[in-house]
Design a protein around this ligand. Structure first.
Ligand code: C2O
Length: 507
C-alpha cells in the first residue's frame, strides 16, 4: 500500500507550484487537498495553514524567528511543573527519573501523577508514531507560547559535515538564553564535532524497505522496529533509524552525564526537539524513496492504539497512528526539504534477507561466562571458534545467506556508550570505521532495554575470505567510539559500559 507516497508526491508538486507564484490548483484525486498556499506561508493566524519546519541553520541567531523561539521556550520554562504546557511537564511525558539513588542526573521535578507521563516509546515500531505525536502537540504549545502564529519547530540536520557541531544559538551561554543548558557531553557546548560520519548518516536506515519486521527477523533490518503486541515504554527491538542516527546522536550529545543520553531527562534539553524533528523528517524522506516503503497501515495496534497528550491550554487529548500517516494533510506541517536525492541512498546492505524464510541456525557461541561479558575501555577482544564442519557449511553459503553476530541480553550500563564492532581486526591495525573490518555500531539509548542485538557480518566476512584472511575464527574487537575518536589510551577505563550474556554467530 503506497498511497501515502503518491499522495505526498502530489502534495509536493502543489507546494512547488504555489510557491512559484502559480496558483493553478492541481487537484489530487480522492483526497483532502492542503489549503491554498500564498507567498506568505503559512498565512498569518490561520489555523488551517501549512506550517513549514525548516533547518535550524536557515535562521540567523538574531532573526525574529529565534527571538520568538526563545520567548516560547522561556515562557514554557516559567510555568509550574504541574501545568501540562510547562517545559518540565512536557519533558516528564518522555520519561521521569526513578530517583532510586542511581538516576540522579536530573531531578524528578516532583511530577504529580497524570495520564501520558513517562510514556516515550522506544525499541518498537511505536517509536516513530509516538514521537511524531509528541512533537506535534509540543509544537502547538510552543507556537502559542512564542506569540508567533507562523511558528514551526526547526530541525537540525547533522548529516552535512559542516553541521556536526550543536547549532550556535544552543551553546550561547549568555545569561537568559533558554536554549542553553550545561548538562551536555564533553565538547558539545564548545562547538566540537562530537558527531562522527558513521553517526550522522541515515543511509543505512533509508536503505531498509520494511517499516517493521516481526520476530524472528532482526528488527534493525527494518526502518522502524518490531511490531510488538502492545506499546512498551522501553523496548529493545530498535529499527535501524532508531539505532542510527537516533540513539547515537543522543549518546554523542549527552556523553555519560548529560541529559540527552538519558531518556528520563533528554527532553529537558532544547536540542532534543530539533533532533527529533530531524528523525521525523527522515521518516518522510524514507517514504518519499518509494520502492515498497510504506507505513504499517494494516497493523491494527499501530493504527488504533491511543496515546495521551496535552494541547494548548493543557487540554488532554488522544492520538493514534492512523492520525499521523501524512503530515501535510493530517497535521498541517511539512519539511522544507522533502526529498533526498536517490543517489544518497546507495549501499543498500546485505541484511534484508528474512530469517523467517531462510531458517537461520547458530554456528558457534562464546562460552557463557559467569557474570557475562563486560565491555570496558580500550580494545575489548572476544574470540569465537567455529567447529570444522560448521565452517565448511558457512563458507559454502557465505554468498547467499546472511551471517549475524548476536549479542544476547545486551544492556547499556552507562548511558552514552556507543561502541564500534570490528571483525578480525589484525593486531597493530587501528580500528577505523571506514576500513574493511568495521562491522557496525552498537547504539543503545539509556539503561532500560535488555535484549538481543544483531549485527550483520556477511560483507566483512566475505572480504576476509576473498583476501584469504579468514582462518575459521571470529575475532571480535569492541571499542568505545568516543574513546577511539579521542585517541586510545594505554590505561583503559575499567568501568563496564556495556554488558551482554554471550555472543553467538548465526547463519
Ligand atoms: Cu524518546 Cu530521542 O527519544
Amino acid at each position: 500500500m503506497n498511497l501515502p507516497n503518491r499522495t505526498h508526491a502530489l502534495a509536493w508538486g502543489f507546494v512547488v507550484l504555489a510557491l512559484g507564484g502559480l496558483f493553478a490548483c492541481p487537484k489530487a484525486k480522492d483526497e483532502e487537498a492542503p489549503p491554498p498556499l500564498t507567498s506568505e506561508n503559512p498565512p498569518p493566524g490561520q489555523d488551517e495553514s501549512l506550517y513549514v519546519r525548516k533547518e535550524i541553520h536557515t535562521y540567523a541567531p538574531d532573526s525574529a524567528f529565534i527571538t520568538a523561539y526563545r520567548k516560547g521556550v522561556e515562557t514554557m520554562q516559567a510555568r509550574p511543573a504541574s501545568d501540562p504546557t510547562s517545559w518540565l511537564f512536557q519533558g516528564n511525558m518522555h520519561g521521569i527519573p526513578t530517583n532510586d539513588g542511581s538516576d540522579q542526573i536530573c531531578s524528578p521535578g516532583a511530577p504529580a501523577p497524570a495520564p501520558g507521563l513517562d510514556d516515550c516509546q522506544h525499541g518498537s515500531y511505536f517509536f516513530l508514531s509516538w514521537h511524531r505525536m509528541y512533537l506535534y502537540y509540543f509544537e502547538r504549545i510552543l507556537r502559542d507560547a512564542s506569540g508567533d502564529p507562523d511558528f514551526a519547530l526547526p530541525y537540525w540536520n547533522y548529516e552535512p559535515s559542516d553541521h556536526r557541531a550543536i547549532p550556535a544559538v544552543f551553546r550561547d551561554p549568555t545569561t537568559g538564553n533558554p536554549l542553553y543548558v550545561t548538562e551536555r557531553g564533553p565538547g558539545v557546548n564548545e562547538g566540537e564535532d562530537v558527531i562522527s560520519d558513521t553517526d550522522a548518516t541515515a543511509q543505512l536506515a533509508l536503505s531498509r524497505i520494511p517499516f517493521f519486521l516481526p520476530d524472528p527477523d532482526p528488527p534493525a533490518n527494518s526502518f522502524g522496529g518490531r511490531n510488538l503486541p502492545a506499546p512498551v515504554h522501553y523496548g529493545s527491538f530498535y529499527g535501524q533509524l532508531e539505532r542510527i542516527p537516533h540513539n547515537v546522536i543522543h549518546n554523542d550529545l549527552g556523553g555519560q552525564t548529560g541529559w540527552m543520553a538519558w531518556p528520563e531527562c533528554a527532553a529537558r534539553d532544547p536540542i532534543f526537539w530539533l533532533h527529533h524533528a530531524n528523525i521525523d523528517r527522515l521518516w518522510q524522506v524514507w517514504l518519499d524513496q518509494g520502492g515498497g516503503r510504506a507505513n504499517p497501515t494494516d497493523q491494527d495496534m499501530w493504527m488504533n492504539h491511543e496515546f495521551t497528550f496535552y494541547d494548548i491550554g493543557g487540554v488532554e487529548v488522544k492520538m493514534s497512528g492512523k492520525q499521523v500517516l501524512d503530515t501535510a494533510t493530517q497535521l498541517r506541517y511539512r519539511y522544507d526539504q522533502p526529498v533526498m536525492p536517490a543517489a544518497q541512498v546507495a549501499g543498500a546492505t546485505e541484511t534484508a534477507a528474512p530469517k523467517s524464510e531462510e531458517k537461520v541456525s547458530m554456528l558457534a557461541a562464546s562460552p557463557k561466562a559467569a557474570g557475562g561479558q563486560k565491555l570496558i575501555g580500550g580494545l575489548n577482544k572476544l574470540k569465537i571458534s567455529v567447529p570444522e564442519d560448521a565452517r565448511k557449511s558457512l563458507l559454502a553459503a557465505v554468498e547467499e545467506k546472511p551471517v549475524y553476530l548476536v549479542l544476547e541480553g545486551l544492556q547499556q550500563m552507562v548511558p552514552g556508550s556507543t561502541y564500534e564492532a570490528y571483525l578480525n581486526l589484525p593486531s597493530g591495525t587501528d580500528p577505523d570505521p571506514k576500513g574493511p573490518y568495521f562491522v557496525g555500531l552498537i547504539a543503545l539509548f539509556g539503561r532500560q532495554a535488555k535484549g538481543d542485538y544483531e549485527l550483520p557480518l556477511g560483507d566483512v566476512l566475505r572480504g576476509l575470505v576473498q583476501r584469504d584472511e579468514w582462518k575459521g575464527t571470529f575475532e571480535l574487537t569492541f571499542v568505545r567510539e568516543r574513546e577511539r575518536r579521542s585517541g586510545l589510551k594505554a590505561t583503559a577505563e575499567k568501568t563496564t559500559f556495556l554488558h551482554f550474556d554471550r555472543a553467538r554467530i548465526e547463519q
